[in-house]
Design a protein around this ligand. Sequence first.
Ligand code: FES
Length: 104
Amino acid sequence: MADWVGVAREGEIEPGRAVVVEVGGRRLALCNVEGQYYCIDDVCTHDGGPLGEGELIEDRIECPRHGALFDVKTGRAVTLPAVLPVDTHEVRVEGGEIKIRIDE
Ligand code: FES
């Protein structure tokens, strides 16, 4: 089953910023890349670093723990030490509300 869950209002997250949101006990990183929103798991696949606290550099986010870069559009690990991708989640904006689709 999949659900769309509202997590923020449009405009709350500036372009070039990422925030951590929690949905159903799961921590997610919501990223604003030039006005487009992307969502990935907050947990780095290398050693569990909090990705949403990392720096967003264009469409890549840098893990604050050891510096791996992930593509926030695809979840792909772009640089070592991470190898495995992170899960991505669909995002849409409805009536000014940012919603994330979570597969249960
Ligand atoms: S925990 Fe993210 S790069 Fe190591």
